[in-house]
Design a protein around this ligand. Structure first.
Ligand code: AHR
Length: 677
């Protein structure tokens, strides 16, 4: 372990040596107790404000069909198959015809609308939308339906009905009068029953022609009750993680399979009917998990991402395409002499986020409703790129961006693997370039995480820092018996991540940011697992891995303390992993203890150098006896943290349950004794 000998700060604590002791009663003890020495006079690193964050990508229907609360799929007929998600029905002998009209004008990004000719008969013509594998509606909740329409016929009327799988109408509304110019009509209805699988029927009656577009349905209750905003339960779960940063919008969707399908932030802002639809690369990526109806409407676009980051107190971390499409797919790159527009996009993004209202892009931000800057301080250049061609492009980006905006830290890619030739080349070259934060990814088996808990102990400490931008323990498929999609998010995977995270925290002077990936997954339409949060049309479930992230983020501390056992970092001896820190603002010492053994373990905690502790401490514990335990939508609380307040007294011993992650929060009597100078 490399300890910093001279830190810029010191913590001066008065008072005498304190020994803590607690006793847990649990039977199975196969080992002697483990001594842990925590020295509050030995701060070993600062923990950055951004240490534990979240990685958001529109994968597994995380945005459309997920966090973005729109309930209608293909609302403006822009999917390549314009009626995908829609059914045409006729009732009562109605004669009618439907055309999808392409009115593409130069510069217009929404090309199509539906033109309906209602001919004879008393019945109706119906456009019925299936939603995202059904539409989730809740009893007594209100829903906002809107439609852009025009008609020259006074007799044309529009009604809507939400219909459950038993053909019961659970909500309805009508629009009486249409005008001959295009207008958006909005009606609100209350739902009578809860159903996860409704359809939305848009019913046209009368005689004459009617044209429609942007057919939309949102819950009225959204995150912060913003009209046509985010799904409240999912947004709340993200907020409850208290992330230090949010990385968006990916992930591989930043790259696109080809450059044509890359993510372009400028196309994701402004009125939603002007945001150009794009193929989601996860639509086609995995043959076994293909999702032909997966597109990006960008209803959740860059303005909304920034706004959400602000809502939840997370530093925004956008990742931009660096002139390279996915190297696993096409490996298409833009030639170096054509890179300028990509770099300009990055410059403009910084202006959009931070510029004054008088600048071009700052003015647009203000016009969109946010006059104040979004305070962008982090920017990713490329996602999971590799090779010399990445270095060449990164250098060109960095030269321009750093000269104009030195305050914005740039994140560069270490490729898809945490070791090997590709990684070594990137790591070496990027460090030569004095890259500020290098993004390492590891999707690995449990053993890898446990073996690599010391990965950063011997890392180069000067210059470049690490962003552990995507990681998750992957339990091999052949070791999973359960058919639940969520079953890969076991307590065991969560504990191995927690153990590894103690190594990240211990090396917080090297690893300045970390995020689990991916974040959200639709239980019926996922492409990639494990994931941090699972959802269906009505509910969502936090995984054990979610709780680990939350335990670390909420109990972060800002100064890491020396935490040793027999003079060495406690990183797997007797299956215990430990780290400790001080939260100098709240005045707490925070000890994190992970026990990966099936058996209980006893630890003796010796704190030296501290002043007086308060008598009552908090213990947060996540555990299960069964390694393969997981949370499902059917049983969402199977594994969840328990919090208790206990009296410290003079006891010295803590007994950790088998398979457990523990956070002890020890409040100091006088937090003012900390001196960070
Ligand atoms: O998190 C899923 C994918 O894993 C991301 O899109 C990509 O960056 C990585 O390969």
């Amino acid at each position: 372990m490399h300890y910093k000998s001279s830190l810029e700060f010191s913590i001066k604590l008065s008072g005498s040596l304190i020994c803590l002791a607690l006793l847990f009663v649990q039977s199975a003890r196969s080992q002697n107790s483990v001594n842990i020495d925590i020295d509050t006079n030995k701060p070993i690193a600062h923990v950055s404000k951004e240490m534990w964050g979240i990685f958001f990508e529109d994968i597994n229907f995380a945005a459309d069909g997920g966090l973005y609360a729109e309930l209608v799929k293909n609302r403006s007929f822009e999917f390549p198959m314009p009626l995908m998600g829609w059914k045409q029905l006729k009732t009562g002998g109605k004669q009618a015809s439907l055309l999808i009209v392409n009115h593409q004008k130069a510069g217009s990004s929404h090309a199509r609308h539906a033109a309906i000719d209602l001919i004879e008969g008393p019945g109706s013509f119906v456009l019925s939308n299936e939603g995202f594998r059904g539409i989730g509606l809740e009893k007594d909740k209100q829903y906002r339906f809107s439609i852009a329409a025009c008609s020259f016929s006074d007799s044309v009327k529009i009604r809507i009905e939400a219909e459950d799988p038993k053909n019961e109408i659970v909500g309805s509304a009508k629009i009486d009068k249409l005008t001959s110019d295009w207008q958006t009509y909005t009606v609100i209805f209350k739902c009578k029953e809860t159903t996860a699988k409704a359809r939305l029927n848009v019913i046209f009656e009368g005689k004459g022609k009617v044209e429609v577009d942007m057919i939309s349905l949102f819950p009225r209750e959204t995150w912060k009750n913003r009209e046509n905003g985010l799904r409240a339960d999912l947004a709340q779960k993200l907020a409850d993680l208290h992330p230090g940063f949010m990385r968006f919008p990916g992930g591989c969707i930043v790259e696109g399979r080809e450059l044509l399908n890359r993510y372009q932030w400028k196309k994701t802002i402004g009125p939603t009917d002007g945001r150009e639809l794009l193929l989601n690369r996860w639509n086609v990526e995995f043959a076994k998990r293909s999702a032909p109806d997966y597109y990006q409407s960008f209803g959740l676009g860059f303005f909304e991402y920034f706004q959400f980051c602000e809502d939840i107190g997370a530093s925004p971390l956008p990742i931009l395409n660096c002139g390279m499409a996915c190297q696993y797919n096409s490996a298409e790159v833009v030639s170096l002499d054509q890179l300028d527009p990509y770099i300009q996009d990055a410059l403009d993004l910084i202006d959009f986020a931070n510029g004054p209202q008088t600048s071009k892009w700052g003015a647009l931000r203000a016009q969109l409703g946010h006059p104040k800057p979004f305070n962008l301080r982090l920017l990713g250049i490329g996602n999971e790129q590799w090779g010399e061609q990445y270095i060449e492009r990164f250098k060109l980006f960095a030269a321009v961006l750093k000269s104009k905006y030195p305050e914005v830290k740039l994140i560069s890619s270490a490729g898809p693997s945490p070791n090997g030739t590709m990684f070594d080349l990137l790591n070496k070259k990027l460090r030569e370039e004095k890259a500020e934060l290098i993004d390492e990814h590891y999707y690995r088996d449990p053993e890898w995480f446990l073996k690599n808990v010391n990965r950063y102990d011997t890392y180069e400490r000067k210059d470049s820092k690490v962003f552990a931008g995507e990681y998750a323990v992957h339990i091999p498929d052949n070791m999973q018996k359960d058919t639940h999609a969520e079953s890969h998010n076991t307590i065991w995977s969560a504990l191995c991540e927690a153990a590894f995270m103690t190594g990240l925290e211990r090396n917080a002077d090297v690893v300045q940011m970390a995020s689990y990936a991916p974040l959200l997954a639709s239980i019926e339409a996922w492409q990639w697992r494990p994931d941090l949060i699972w959802f269906d049309n009505l509910h969502s479930v936090a995984t054990p891995n979610y709780y680990v992230q939350q335990m670390f983020a909420v109990n972060k501390g800002d100064v890491v303390l020396s935490t040793l056992s027999k003079g060495k970092p406690l990183a797997g001896q007797d299956s215990i992993y430990a780290t400790s820190s001080i939260d100098t603002v709240k005045g707490n010492i925070i000890v994190k203890l992970i026990n990966t053994s099936l058996n209980a373990r006893t630890v003796n905690l010796n704190l030296s150098g501290s002043n007086q502790l308060k008598d009552m401490i908090t213990w947060i514990e996540l555990s299960d006896k069964d390694k393969s335990a997981f949370n499902s939508l059917d049983n969402p609380q199977a594994v969840k943290p328990e919090m208790k307040t206990i009296k410290l007294g003079k006891r010295k011993t803590f007994e950790l349950k088998g398979l457990s992650a523990n956070v002890l929060v020890l409040p100091l009597s006088k937090k003012s004794n900390f001196n960070k100078n």
